[in-house]
Design a protein around this ligand. Structure first.
Ligand code: A5P
Length: 237
């Protein structure tokens, strides 16, 4: 157990809001915008909703059913990758952001598959987070979520054990297996500090039964990080 004091939730929310606001200020009329998922991304979607009320014209591509519902409720026009294959900018949260590379762990909310598809179609992936998410090496605090096909998931979990982790099947609030928007399961895999994320990515990509995983390497172009000293804008080194 860490002896670090528990973060003040009100301050954390303020940091997330400031980061979201700074990222949303970058948006311009006519853009196709990927809408991320999670609590920080939801703040960005709300900020976009306010700008839309003030006259901003953008088209949003949501990364989850939950984000789609929120965006619709705020009057944001939505579309799909079928209609807009190229996204100008996606604004999304992260569970860990590696300083320098801006490599990420994502998927704490279970939306990693659609998030990665949208990120890979985006000219810019802009990450928003509070400063607790910044790390020198991925994997020390967040688990890597691995989305797997329900059929034979135990066999997939056994295969993943060979990558140096003890996979844990994610459960929902009802105690049943958590189901993603794509109707898959999530195996949460804690690795500790990951010495070679590219090698781990290759291993996960090659594991039978794995649909996608939460290592987002070389995808983020910049990050807005909210903290006690304001919002820092980091660019990929
Ligand atoms: C959703 O599946 C995730 O990728 C989120 O973007 C990530 O977990 C960060 O979420 P919070 O902003 O809620 O911390």
């Amino acid at each position: 157990m860490s002896n670090a004091p528990a973060p003040d939730p009100i301050a954390v929310k303020r940091f997330k809001e400031a980061a979201s606001q700074a990222a949303v200020e970058q948006l311009e009329d006519g853009m196709v915008v990927g809408l991320g998922s999670g609590t920080t991304a939801a703040l960005a979607v709300s900020a976009i909703g306010r700008r839309v009320q003030e006259g901003l014209r953008i088209i949003g591509i949501p990364t989850s059913e939950q984000t789609a519902a929120l965006a619709r409720s705020l009057g944001i026009v939505l579309s799909t990758l079928a209609e807009h294959a190229r996204i100008d900018a996606t604004i999304d949260g992260a569970d860990e952001v590696e300083i320098g590379t801006l490599n990420l762990i994502k998927g704490g909310g279970g939306n990693l598959l659609r998030e990665k598809i949208v990120a890979a179609s985006s000219a810019r992936l802009v990450i928003i987070a509070d400063e607790r998410k910044l790390v020198h090496r991925l994997g020390g605090q967040a688990k890597v979520p691995v989305e797997v096909v329900p059929f034979g998931w135990q066999a997939t979990a056994n295969r993943l054990s060979g990558s140096g982790t003890d996979p844990v099947l994610r459960l929902g609030a009802d105690g049943e297996s958590f189901l993603t928007d794509g109707r898959h399961y999530i195996l949460d895999c804690f690795y500790g500090p990951i010495a070679d994320p590219l090698a781990l990515q290759t291993q996960l990509d090659g594991t039978i039964g794995v649909v996608e995983h939460g290592l987002f390497l070389g995808l983020a172009s910049e990050a807005f990080i909210g903290g006690v000293e304001g919002v820092a804008r980091l660019r990929r080194g």
